[in-house]
Design a protein around this ligand. Sequence first.
Ligand code: URP
Ligand code: ZN
Ligand code: ZN
Length: 457
Amino acid sequence: MIIVKGGCAVTPEGTIQADVAVEGARICRIAPDIEPGAGDEVLDAHGCWVFPGFIDAHTHLQCWTGIDWTADSFETGTRAAACGGTTTVVDYATADRGVTLPDALAEWHRRADGTCTANYGFHMAISEWNERNAHDLDVMVEAGVCSFKTYLAYDHLRLDDAETLEVLEAMAPHASVLCVHCENGTLVNALQRRMLERGITGPEGHALSRPADVEAEAIGRVLHLAHLAGDAPVNIVHLSTELGLEEIRAARGRGQRNIYVETCPQYLLLDESRYREASDDGLAGAKYVMSPPLRTPRDAAALRAALLTGEIDTIATDHCSFNLHGQKDRGRDDFTRIPNGGAGIEHRPALIATALGDELGPECLARLMSENPARVFGMWPRKGALAEGADADICVWDPSVSWTISAATQHQAVDHTPYEGFACRGRARFTLVNGVVAARDGEPTGEMPGTYVPRSR
Ligand code: URP
Ligand code: ZN
Ligand code: ZN
């Protein structure tokens, strides 16, 4: 048995001073002063919060994105995740056009199985809508995939409105949730051309061609489509703007149900001034080329307030890492050629605990980064809960550790981090995945206990 001793356990019923005993891959007991027996391993949690392992429900590992492969594999990405306290990721398997959903799922298993430090599940991104894919939704649900994604931007991925409506309707019988990338792709294409015609070729053109209205219009449209489909469950991923939040408020105000909302650390902590960051190699701004782009401080403040009011359900990373040198630098003279995406799988708990921990408190941190993702994506209460009988995915969080994020010391397999120099308060002292210590003091132990998480809603 492993006994996590002396910490403050963040349970669904509240935060209590208690020890947590782990037998095999399950939590078997939570109680004050559990006496270790002979042969038991004791993990010292004095001064620590004992969280249910954090869940990152938005990653793109080992993925062809139409322009390049993401830099992190399942092996490096889930190892980095565990170092930061994340015990489960839900990655976007993507069925490119001409590929069936079962073939895409099999390919994602081939990439991930046997290599993961943290647990992993898969959403399925659908890039074309036809009878075969409609039929295969059931096959996906049988295989433990209860969430899908469609895009309203990116020409090689996006569906039109009628197709999006049909996807929402087809998912209704099994209550799957549709995650939607909300940007108006037609507008993005037109505004990109406009920027290039004006001679704006640097990374600032990325933000200028994807203004807040581009996101908000798409959010409003998707919410209307979901309403038309009988209040079908939708998850608005990577919400970045106050204007988009207003669309969500309006739909909820009309009584629409089954709307879930995700945001990411980059939209809470960084802002659009980063596109003007200077560096010797002239590449600094490219670090922040992700979609949606970074926004204004006012947007960030609105999202932070919405976390407190419960209007945002989950914080994920949208981890989609590309190296600056050899990948993002191909867009040096044309921002439209910079692969979109940023890194964050390792640092999300530390970033959020540092920037928002005092305001949110441990229970809210657990809700946003563990409990709610588990509930929305069909893993609760096996995951996302520090409870007897739950999987022994645990993050022992030491709030007293001060450290600084740096690409030089990170475990993400990418040559930079958008958070270089960020001073963190707090770090994962132990990360347990399925009852195995996978990371200690932010360093991997070398164990690879991560397993596939079949999910159902
Ligand atoms: O820039 C981003 N976010 N790339 C990843 C794909 C997506 O849109 O989620
Ligand atoms: Zn997206
Ligand atoms: Zn994404």
